[in-house]
Design a protein around this ligand. Sequence first.
Ligand SMILES: Nc1ncnc2c1ncn2[C@@H]1O[C@H](COP(=O)(O)OP(=O)(O)OP(=O)(O)O)[C@@H](O)[C@H]1O
Ligand SMILES: [Mg+2]
Length: 672
Amino acid sequence: MLAPLADDENDSDGLAHDRVQELLAPQTFDARDGYVRTGQQYCRTYWIADWPVEPREKFLEEIYTMRGVDVDVCLDVRARDKRATELELKDTIGEIDANIDERKDVSDVSAILVEDDLDPYVKMYKLLHHTQAQPWDLSGYVTVRAGTRQALDEAEERIEEGLANEDELTLDIAKHRALESACEKVRGTLESAPAHLTVLSPEQRQAELFESCSPNGRDAFADVSTRERYSLTLSGTIAAAFPPVSAYIDQENGVEQGRNVQNGSEIIKNQFSVAPGHRLTIGSSGSGKSYHVGKQATQWYLAGEDRTLILCDTMGEFGGLVELMNGQHITVDGSQTINPLHIEETPEDVLRVSGNLDPYDMKFTEARNFILDMIGDANGDFTPLVSDALNATYERAGILKNDVSTHKPENSPTMANFRKIVNDMGGNPGDYVDSELEKAQIKENAGPLLRRLSGFKDGGEHDALVGKSEAHIRPGQVSYLDLQQIQGLGAAADKATMLQLMLGQVYQAVKRAPGETLFVVDEAHYLFQSREILAWLQQSARHWRHFNAGLWFLSHRPGDFASADDTDMQEYKRAILGQIPTTEFFYTDKLEEQDAKERFGMNDEQLQFITQHAKRGEQGLGYTDYLVDYADVQGWMHAQVRASPFEDTVYSYKASEHGPFQEYIADKWGEL
Ligand SMILES: Nc1ncnc2c1ncn2[C@@H]1O[C@H](COP(=O)(O)OP(=O)(O)OP(=O)(O)O)[C@@H](O)[C@H]1O
Ligand SMILES: [Mg+2]
């Protein structure tokens, strides 16, 4: 049925044409004076006689969204040659100009009117000449319909208003009246601002007009007309005449993201449809970010097999969710043992797709940097010794660089093993290096290094970092890195070191996770303070596509992703931003015009919406507004987050306000 239409009746493909017409055409078609009757409907068609040269954006929107009136709009567009059109326009302008001069010569005041005629041609000529605008021939029709439903509505209204009584109102009359009032409305809209069109509806030509407005009919009206029915327009006019399009997003393996406000559809989107599956959500405090991410992350986790969800924040907002999903709540406060040397096997398929990835090197670098951070090796004096000792520690534990099958948690050495090796190296450097020079250097440095590592003794300051890891992020499950207590961990450097260890664990889990992984970082600006963590994040942002893993950052200001203390950090942020295919804005008071336009590609209306009108979470409305930009969908889309009452109870939970989760739920909802 959808074979290309034959444009000529004699064409051998004409059958296809007939078939489409047969399927789409009205069963009866009866042209009268001033209207056409088709089936149960009465219709009138208008021809648009004149198009604006520089119309306002979406100037026909009111027609497309008009309620209670049945309208069809048909735009017939034919391409023209740009160069030829320019020449034609030049001629026309010349002719009109000559005409004006003639009239002026004989002091004819109508010269002024003719001057007005010149205006659109000159404008068009300039636009064609100076811009990318393309010329088109455009013809447009609008058909208004009234059927039984409209007739009954109309009749009811008239009877209620006492303008008619039931006995004298036949359905036929009612339909006529319904058509008249619908036409009045449509015509009024077409002729007034912002459209300002001139429309014609010749009574004797309704049959041809009706056919011309049908998507599969001929342009019968142009065929029977003596004058040209197509007008020259530029691409801007055609673009502005189109209905506001808004995508229906319904992707495979998608999760409901909220409601598309423009067409009322649910957005079913798969965050991983464009790799890497990263996402950025920006919004002022209280705008609804955490609520949204809680809902999305939960739905995403529950919707698929083998998914791993890791949540991380400093506000304790995800405690409830994690409890609900039987997740692991890992409180980063120094009470649980974390082994900085812990290593896990990288699955074969990950190695295969990730090309030059060297899992041993990555772990080694992470562990070495951790140790150097802890001992405060500003001058790099200890770097060679730490590196040698660390390699030896792994080797002694049976972990070999080139044999991933040895990279097992149970093989992982600990900081206690590392200290032992350093000790041994100091005593027997000959077992580790050959040259006398190196031996001397090791002998000299081993003692001081051991002293700096004294916090890693049993009962030492870093007790919690000695021994096998207790806190595990488990692939295939939900884990929550709760950073609320991290403030109590002392110096900023210690916090950053602790965070890096946690991130190391995240990486080990991401690497081994059986399916997709989502790592949600709420209050991301907290992690952005440290250069090392930023470096780690930007490296992850680039590499995680190999693991089917996505990072989801939540932050208050777009500025959190721009300004930084130094150029490296700035560069890291820029790199992270460049890897993110999904960006969302909730209400954001601090969105600079330049950022909005240049970095995020918003227009004035969108900027205004986000900084002024978007509804926040705290207004008791039961929804929040946001704009979202997906790499695989054109433009920013306005959506709303809503939740069912039970979901609302869960996502509104805040440990700091509501106390233990179970009691909170039991109180609000009853026992589950
Ligand atoms: N879609 C929604 N429907 C109903 N209530 C909502 C919705 N979104 C958010 N809220 C409520 O609005 C409040 C603020 O939301 P939320 O905590 O998600 O904001 P936030 O952007 O994370 O703020 P902050 O940056 O301070 O953490 C919460 O009390 C939450 O329960
Ligand atoms: Mg929040």
